[in-house]
Design a binder for this molecule. Structure first.
Ligand SMILES: Nc1nc2c([nH]c(=O)n2[C@@H]2O[C@H](COP(=O)(O)OP(=O)(O)OP(=O)(O)O)[C@@H](O)[C@H]2O)c(=O)[nH]1
Length: 152
């Protein structure tokens, strides 16, 4: 048995898998602040968290939304949308972004976080660096929708 302490620095090449939910209400999406005690505490992020061993992305998302916000996501409404990667000083993460359109329950900020419904451009800051590519992708999607509608 090894007495080695767990690594405090990210191991090169080892990515942490994360499930992230883009909760959609019309053209709005929900952001929340990172709780005290975590890296980047106070930064705004999409709700979600690390995928535990043996979990699927959707299972992790359901668990995280229950733990953080006390709401029950309808699994049939989870659309696994895209994957991005980001390298932080504390971790190298692979983010599995899911659109979520249906859930049940009232929001309870179980980790003392703030939440805000946002539309583009966002009005909260600072936002977690790893979330920017997806904000850009959402903006691109809005532009595409607008141009399709204007041609209809
Ligand atoms: N939830 C969430 N995490 C994100 C986003 N963007 C992004 O880079 N991340 C990164 O993904 C990782 C998520 O891990 P976490 O620490 O929040 O996960 P967790 O809730 O399972 O934490 P725990 O280890 O305290 O149980 C962090 O490194 C965080 O910086 C985002 O928009 N939402």
């Amino acid at each position: 048995m090894s007495n080695a302490a767990p690594p405090t620095q990210p191991q090169p090449g080892k990515r942490v898998e994360v499930a992230v939910g883009i909760l959609l209400r019309g053209s709005q999406f929900l952001l929340g602040t990172r709780p005290a005690g975590k890296p980047y505490a106070g930064y705004w992020e999409f709700p979600g968290g690390k995928i535990e061993p043996g979990e699927t992305v959707a299972q992790a998302l359901l668990r995280e939304f229950d733990e953080e916000l006390g709401v029950a996501i309808d699994p049939a409404s989870v659309e696994i949308w895209r994957t991005t990667e980001h390298d932080y000083e504390h971790a190298q993460v692979r983010l599995h972004w899911c659109k979520v359109r249906r859930w049940q329950g009232e929001f309870q900020m179980r980790e003392g976080q703030q939440v805000a419904w946002q539309r583009l451009p966002t009005t909260v800051s600072p936002i977690l660096p790893g979330a920017y590519p997806v904000l850009d992708a959402l903006a691109q999607e809005c532009l595409n929708d607008a141009s399709t509608n204007s041609r209809a």
